[in-house]
Design a protein around this ligand. Structure first.
Ligand SMILES: [Zn+2]
Ligand SMILES: [Zn+2]
Length: 150
């Protein structure tokens, strides 16, 4: 469900920026574009490096990347996943729902979707007369490679 969705996400960004009365800047769109097209979860440095390759004539600094990421997260177009003490990786919210296994040692992130877990959550919510609007599950630990290294 990626491609035709991408333009809609960019349009959504334009709407939000306008609604907030902000000036439209290309930087936010470039950062969002990188994340919409990313297969993986990306750190700010990853986004910065991809901009340097994909948009080589733009001169966006790392500080601008951080600011754009902060903005995009605030308006709910992207989500960040924290690992370790200060590591953070980002992904587009346009991706279909999934949960995460996160290695706190190297930052590796594995996505999964388990029908049984999804259904159980619905059942728990129903039992408590709770209406779920969203959920995120993050399982922290160490990946296979990091377990072997010690
Ligand atoms: Zn690891
Ligand atoms: Zn993910």
């Amino acid at each position: 469900m990626t491609n035709n969705n991408n333009e809609e996400v960019i349009e959504e960004l334009k709407r939000i920026v306008k609604q907030k009365g902000l000036k439209y800047t290309e930087q936010r769109e470039i950062v969002l574009d990188i994340l919409i097209n990313a297969e993986d979860h990306l750190s700010a440095e990853d986004v910065y490096n991809q901009i340097k390759t994909k948009y080589s004539d733009s001169n966006i600094g790392i500080a601008t990347v951080y600011r754009a990421l902060g903005f995009l997260e605030e308006v709910n177009l992207i989500t960040s996943i924290a690992f370790g003490t200060e590591g953070k990786k980002y992904e587009s919210n346009a991706k279909s729902h999934h949960d995460h296994l996160i290695c706190t040692s190297c930052g590796k992130i594995v996505e999964f979707l388990d029908d049984e877990i999804e259904k159980r959550q619905d059942r728990i919510a129903k039992k408590n007369k709770f209406k779920i609007t969203s959920h995120s599950m993050q399982l922290y630990g160490t990946c296979k490679d990091c377990q072997e290294e010690k």
